[in-house]
Design a protein around this ligand. Structure first.
Ligand SMILES: [Zn+2]
Length: 102
C-alpha cells in the first residue's frame, strides 16, 4: 500500500516492521481479544492441527485497525469503520514518532 499524505509526503507500507505503522484496538475489543487468546491457549487440543485451528481463531477476530504516521508532518492516518482513511493532525504539527521507538 502506498498513501500520499495531505502534505504530499509518501507513506510507504511495503514490508513488515515499519516504525511509522502500527495497530489500534478499541477498549470495547480489548477484553474480547485477550479472552480469545486465553481460550486458544486453554482449550486447544493436543495435536498441531488443534493448535493451528486455535491460533487461526484468534487471528480471525481482527480487532485491530492499521494506523500510519506521516514521517514529515506527523498526521495519523487510519481506517474508519467503513474502511475510509481519516487523518488526525497533531497539535504540534510535527512527526512525533508515536508508533516507533525512541
Ligand atoms: Zn504528512
Amino acid at each position: 500500500m502506498k498513501l500520499t499524505c495531505t502534505c504530499n509526503h509518501p507513506i510507504i507500507d511495503n514490508t513488515d516492521g515499519l516504525s511509522h505503522k502500527g495497530y489500534v484496538i478499541s477498549d470495547a475489543h480489548w477484553n474480547n481479544f485477550w479472552d480469545a487468546i486465553d481460550k486458544a491457549i486453554e482449550e486447544s487440543g493436543p495435536s498441531p492441527e488443534d493448535k493451528e485451528r486455535a491460533c487461526m481463531s484468534v487471528r480471525q477476530t481482527r480487532p485491530f485497525r492499521s494506523i500510519w504516521e506521516c514521517t514529515h508532518c506527523g498526521r495519523l492516518w487510519m481506517d474508519n469503520p467503513a474502511g475510509k482513511l481519516v487523518a488526525y493532525v497533531p497539535g504540534n504539527g510535527t512527526y512525533n514518532r508515536v508508533l516507533g521507538n525512541k
